[in-house]
Design a protein around this ligand. Structure first.
Ligand SMILES: [Zn+2]
Length: 264
């Protein structure tokens, strides 16, 4: 099954779950910006598939060249010969930590924050918001992954499984679906915790809960903030009315923030 087939299956599943058991019942299923987000899902989903496919292809080429004794890439080979489960866990830990670092920078570096504002323009959280982000984010995220993953060796299949798993967990984090995961919340991200990442106020700091799949990085590096007794008052970011509502201008927004903001 291709990545895009998995993406459609995961998306359809969360659409059904939200329909049957929404956390915020007053939130309309057909909300503003939904059409845009479905476009982002297909556009970024395709780009995600291409970039992830490139990673997997490069890894397959490397594995093949190793089998033939050629040395196209440097060889460390920590994962070669290990079980698929071990490879999956190592890929997940490394890729998730790298993405946590990048996400942190997206919030702290003003130039990068202009790109990430597109994702933080979400006012009503649901699974469809998971893929609302500027395509440049994906290029940065995935390009960084080439370096460590090529050094690790191993099989392409666990890497593909991590890509699908991370997508499903991202949908889960954004879903309008209220489910607690108990003590596992210190290891894995969840909808309740991620809602606070999208909080528009400065309560707990402007940047908090950077985790993608895993929340442990936030607990480890003291960037976790999660009042358990309530939800954020408002989602978005300060002055987010500057964000244009149409996709072409959202794409242009990071390049021309002040100009577009005036037009918007
Ligand atoms: Zn963010």
């Amino acid at each position: 099954m291709s990545y895009l087939s998995w993406l459609l299956l995961v998306s359809g599943s969360f659409a059904v779950i939200e329909f049957l058991k929404p956390a915020r019942k007053a939130q309309p299923h057909l909300r503003p910006q939904l059409t845009n987000d479905l476009f982002y899902l297909v556009f970024n989903g395709h780009l995600w598939a291409v970039l992830t496919g490139g990673l997997i292809g490069a890894l397959a080429t490397r594995t093949d060249s190793l089998m033939k004794g050629a040395s196209v890439f440097p060889t460390v080979d920590l994962l070669t010969g290990k079980s698929l489960i071990v490879q999956f866990v190592v890929y997940l830990l490394i890729s998730d930590f790298l993405q946590w670092c990048v996400h942190n920078l997206l919030h702290r570096v003003p130039f990068l924050w202009n790109f990430h504002k597109v994702h933080h323009s979400i006012h009503q959280m649901d699974w469809a918001g998971n893929f609302r982000f500027h395509w440049m984010e994906l290029v940065v995220y995935k390009s960084l992954l080439y370096i460590p993953l090529l050094f690790l060796g191993g099989e392409p299949e666990p890497l593909f499984a991590v890509a699908v798993f991370a997508t499903a967990w991202g949908h889960f984090n954004h879903a309008n679906f209220d489910v607690g995961i108990g003590p596992l919340a210190y290891l894995f991200n969840s909808p309740r915790m991620h809602l606070w990442h999208h909080d528009s106020s400065s309560e707990g700091g402007l940047g908090k809960n950077y985790g993608i799949v895993l929340s442990c990085w936030d607990y480890l590096f003291r960037t976790a903030y999660w009042p358990k007794d309530r939800e954020p008052g408002r989602l978005g970011y300060p002055h987010d009315d500057e964000m244009p509502r149409d996709i072409p201008r959202q794409m242009l927004f990071p390049a021309l923030p002040s100009k577009v903001a005036e037009d918007g």
